[in-house]
Design a protein around this ligand. Sequence first.
Ligand code: HEM
Length: 457
Amino acid sequence: MTLVEPALFTPQSLDHPDRPLGLFRLLRTLVHNPLETWPQPLFTERLFWQRFAGRPLLFVMDPALVDEMLVAKAAVFPKAPIIRRTIGPAVGNESIFTAEGTQWRWQRRAAAPPFRHSTILGFVPAFHAAAARTVADLGSRGGETVDVAELMMATTFDVIVETMLSGAASFDTKRFGQEISHYFDTVGWIAALSILRAPAWLPYPGKRRAREGNLFLKREMARVIAERRARPAATPDLLDFLIAAADPETGRAMTDAELADNLLTFVVAGHETTALALTWALWLVGNAPEVEARLLDEVTRVVGDGPVEAGHIDGLVYAKQVVQEAMRLYPPAPLIPRIASEDVTLGGEAIAAGTPVYVPVYAVHRHAQIWQRPDAFDPDRFAPESARALHRGAYLPFGAGPRICIGAAFAMAEAVAILATLVRAMRFVPLAGHQPLPTIRLTLRPDGGMPMRVEPR
Ligand code: HEM
């Protein structure tokens, strides 16, 4: 008897080179799309050494070793300098995302309250309301082709301002998004120049524009903080918790500059990634009619016609699987860069102090030794019984260990609520022949956006 494999939608994947690119092609490709520099062995080997301009870098793909590195040996593998070099100009070098040790720990504790389970459930009406506004906006446009990536950015931006800043701040959402994009677009240059060990002051295309954008974003955050100091929120939100926090070692509070850096971190990290998870999920669902039918059936059964409420989230099991599978194929944060802070061994490899050690999440998520039909879209991989069999180092859209995403549970509840609301009201139809390719711009974006036709059901 021959087993017939179910027909699964399999998006076009990128062509990865058989072996590492030579320096000239490497630099040129990095600027264009760093993902295209990733060689094939990242998708088949446990570990892979690569030399960049003479210096070694270790990629770790084996789930047990990924786990050992990010969890058990987290103290030995702090964040790599490339993180500060790429993200530091936007959010400072001592904010929750970039700081290390005690300077990081108290900020993480200070930011924790809005991410407690019960608080997140209280945000579900805001998730639903943002999605419902998007549906109303789409309904008024009558079946046009829209850029779903842009649409999801606006929806999740709405959510982050509503939930973390009590809806108090009025932002120019479009300009905000444009400035973030200007900045992210230069990241390939920053990566290329740091491989060449070029000093950070060196000019490159788009640098001035990106700097202006950063200044705009920081000014916006400073404005929000000043407004909040003048008029406290009715119930404390993330900003209030950050303002009230004190460093246990020195007793000092955050300066306004530190508050602005952290606020910007939360606003950027807290909407862009979730928007991308939703963008890729909607496109995948639009290409997989059976998945779409099951999803719709679940939403109708669990939620009915009314708004998505806190009590529905746990019942939207298949919707969660769809989001998880979309983030497996297209992890919004595709790379976790670390550095060995001392001589250490991992999986029998001796790693010298100062060696960059990276987890290429996108490659782990499509690894031939971990997944069957790795490039196929199959939300059933995350059905509860199958998910239990997965090694925790095999699937890490939110990272792992002490630096795991603080917003993971928030993002999952948000993505599920928004996906359910959108899919129930609208059909997202892919454009014939359009194959969006993933490109690394810090996050994993669809190159050229995600144009889709959106029709009311
Ligand atoms: C689907 C959505 C999201 C994805 C895929 C994602 C992914 C990640 C990853 C991989 C990290 C760890 C980076 C590393 O270890 O180098 C991280 C950290 C972080 N994320 Fe998220 N994130 C998402 C949503 C959010 C949300 C909604 C928020 C806040 C509202 C948030 C705020 C943060 C912060 C502050 C950190 C730094 C935590 C620390 O270092 O202590 N993220 N995120």
